[in-house]
Design a protein around this ligand. Structure first.
Ligand SMILES: Nc1ncnc2c1ncn2[C@@H]1O[C@H](COP(=O)(O)OP(=O)(O)OP(=O)(O)O)[C@@H](O)[C@H]1O
Ligand SMILES: [Mg+2]
Length: 509
């Protein structure tokens, strides 16, 4: 690292939305060749501040200097021209296009006598060069829809860098990645840092700060709190700056599971091509059953098959010993099975409706009066309680969900399912993108559900979380269950062993 010259300086940035003072006199600066982490609880204003820098939101007040010259950044296009690229919290690639087409979208070189034909050869060649230079092992011609989330992330980075980016903003790039994938991403980030790119890294995984960040800026309630060196600041101190003196709830130790509770859900030889192969397991009353494995191991697909969201080619699902016929998610809900999906945008929320309505969406019957009218007081009271428990940051329970920050949307998905009247709960990555304060509150609510005798499946890529919360852990690899571990015997190493095991039997047979 040579340079430490200033790339960006933001001062006195103000931004309001109706009812929300999202940024209040905020500041931030970024040097060439550094990774600057931006931390803060859900709704603190991290994404908004970076969207101002990327020309997505106009600021109400304040100044932005680029290499010490004041600039206006009215549009994303203007940001790009200034060398500023942002990778959003939600990925934004076109799934039906190839890697190369995505990278060159909107600025494709043309060929042919009238220069109207897309020059595929040239974009494929240029893309392959770029990928090779970045040591990203992908093919320019692969369809993006066929890539893992991690690989799509890499494509986003390659696209940003093809634009001669000097300032690269990554909004929670690691939320959906496994440890190995995060290592690969960090490798690339270090390479970029060597080349003098300034990188803004937003993440709720505080253990990453030590690994990758040079400096850390903490925000709270739309305000700047402090900027500190990552190497010489204890994580605990960063957490207290984030939460501002509030003491965090310590999740209660999990209730011990006694072995002779009755089986609620039984899955026998479930197969749902291509990713679920001959999966069998039992789930008991009051049990939290963890599902561990690498992204792509088939855990979500098992959940979707049980929930009726994907077709099942063979095998059966039994509830209380009775065989179920589930053709669709609404059949599953009828039987008391709730599924919190990892993809909140597509399956979890009615984004145009308000927080109240979303909270009761999966349990409407509980909120009807004797004449079949919705009881608005009961709806509001429940929503207000959830907002308090999960510390959802919103001006009111009438706020449209699409206006909430990423993590607060995730909290609304959770409150919806925690309110649901179900017996079997499947939680798929329940704490992804959730700040540290709310996480422990979610653990407490899961423990409460278990204590009430609900049966819970928790899919999570966060190994410490699986270890802390599960009575029993199943590990999947390539569509099969490769191991089962009791709470006492499970370790991160044991899980990783099973998670990376090629299924030997299948290969011998
Ligand atoms: N388009 C919008 N309309 C109304 N309010 C908004 C809009 N975008 C953001 N907000 C509000 O601004 C505040 C800051 O949101 P922001 O998305 O910047 O938070 P964040 O720090 O990125 O949180 P997270 O960790 O959950 O992603 C929140 O209270 C949010 O509800
Ligand atoms: Mg955000």
């Amino acid at each position: 690292m040579v340079a430490s010259s200033e790339l960006v300086r933001m001062e006195g940035i103000d931004k309001s939305f109706p009812g929300v003072h999202a940024l209040d006199g905020c500041r931030f600066d970024l040097r060439a060749g550094e990774v600057h982490a931006l931390c803060g609880e859900n709704g603190a204003g991290k994404s908004t501040l970076m969207k101002v820098l990327a020309g997505i939101y106009p600021k109400d007040a304040g100044r932005i200097l680029l290499k010490e010259v004041e600039v206006e950044i009215p549009t994303p296009r203007a940001a790009r021209d200034l060398g500023i690229s942002i990778i959003h919290q939600e990925l934004s690639l076109m799934r039906h296009l190839t890697v190369a087409q995505n990278i060159f979208i909107g600025r494709e070189p043309r060929t042919g006598p009238l220069r109207v034909m897309l020059d595929e050869r040239s974009i494929n060649r240029q893309t392959q060069d770029l990928l090779d230079r970045l040591n990203i092992r992908l093919h320019a011609r692969t369809r993006v829809g066929d890539l893992t989330v991690a690989a799509q992330q890499m494509v986003e980075i390659a696209r940003a860098l093809s634009l001669n980016t000097e300032v690269l903003i990554m909004d929670e790039p690691t939320a959906t990645l496994t440890n190995a994938e995060i290592d690969a991403l960090f490798q690339i980030i270090r390479q970029l840092r060597e080349h003098g790119v300034g990188i803004v890294h937003i993440s709720h995984r505080l253990e990453e700060l030590r690994q990758i960040a040079d400096r850390v800026t903490v925000m709270r309630d739309g305000r700047y709190v402090a900027t500190v060196g990552a190497a010489d600041t204890p994580i605990q101190q960063i957490i207290s700056m984030m939460v501002g003196g509030r003491t965090l709830y310590e999740a209660t130790p999990e209730i011990p599971q006694d072995g002779n509770r009755e089986v609620v859900l039984e899955v026998r030889h479930l197969t749902s091509p291509p990713l679920v192969r001959d999966v069998s397991f039992e789930l008991r009353r009051g049990e939290i059953l963890g599902f561990a494995g690498l992204v792509g191991a088939g855990r979500t697909e098992v959940a979707r098959a049980v929930f009726g969201a994907d077709p099942v080619s063979s095998g059966e699902v039994l509830l209380d010993g009775k065989k179920l016929t589930i053709h669709s998610p609404s059949d599953a809900v009828q039987h008391g099975i709730a599924y919190l999906s990892e993809d909140r945008k597509r399956y979890g929320l009615a984004l145009d409706l308000d927080l109240e309505t979303n909270t009761v969406l999966a349990a409407f019957a509980k909120f009807l009066g004797p004449l079949g009218w919705v009881l608005p007081e009961r709806v509001r009271a429940t929503a207000v309680a959830r907002v308090g428990e999960l510390a959802i940051k919103t001006p009111s329970t009438k706020q449209k969900v699409k206006n909430l920050s990423g993590g607060n949307q995730q909290k609304v998905v959770l409150s919806k399912w925690l309110t649901a009247d179900a017996r079997v709960f499947i939680f798929d990555e329940p704490t992804r993108g959730i700040d540290i304060g709310a996480k422990s509150e979610i653990y407490r609510l899961l423990n409460d559900l278990a204590a009430q005798g609900k049966a819970i499946i928790m899919i999570s890529s966060d190994l410490p979380e699986v270890l802390r919360m599960s009575h029993r852990i199943l590990v999947m690899c390539e569509g099969r269950i490769t191991g089962e571990l009791g709470a006492g015997e499970a370790t991160q190493e044991a899980i990783m062993q099973y998670a990376t095991e090629r299924v030997a039997q299948a290969e011998v047979a």
